[in-house]
Design a protein around this ligand. Sequence first.
Ligand SMILES: [Zn+2]
Length: 226
Amino acid sequence: MTASIGRVVVLLGAPGAGKGTQAQILSERLGLAHVATGDLFRAAVRDETPLGLTAKGYMDRGELVPDAVTIEMLLERLAKPDAAAGILLDGFPRNTAQAEVLDKALADKGGRVDIAPYIEVPEADLVARLGGRWICRAGGHPYHEQTKRPLKAGVCDVDGSELYQRTDDQPATVQARLRQQLGALDEVVAYYRGHGVLQTVDGRRGIEQVTADLLAALAPLTGSKG
Ligand SMILES: [Zn+2]
């Protein structure tokens, strides 16, 4: 309980911005523990830790796990050996209330959010990325309008069956769902900007370029030369 808190990086980005991919790359390069709250819940439930059992109780009842429980899990995670250099948070906080609770909990332990890199992608690009998915009727083989087009439009390369879009992948559905999530994200972005820790990176480019920009943004934190 006396161990000091390492670096805390909050990686921000909309669904489809490539946040998960970048979180993995950055955590490896920087020696930070990659902490996605979904994984955190699953691990705590699997290991039947006291907090895991508490969280499971909420989930079993179909309720949201309270922020206080999530924060306690995060603090436990921060205390583990592989997090000595710090953690990279992926998927938390999701709203300003959670951001405030996180700040307070970290401050109580003598820590803080050191930097919040934001992978910025315009809404229209996000809709194109998230909504461009097609799958084949026969085998569920996946295609994408931007990144993996079939050789012949509307037909699976593997088995020749018809390609279709699930309702979830249709642009109107994608846009409606995205709008809700972007509202909360915008607030979190504004929160960290107000606290002087936001670093915005243009997420429209390739994965490697975005990684390079993120590493440059994080260089002051690590003392490395990007
Ligand atoms: Zn197929």
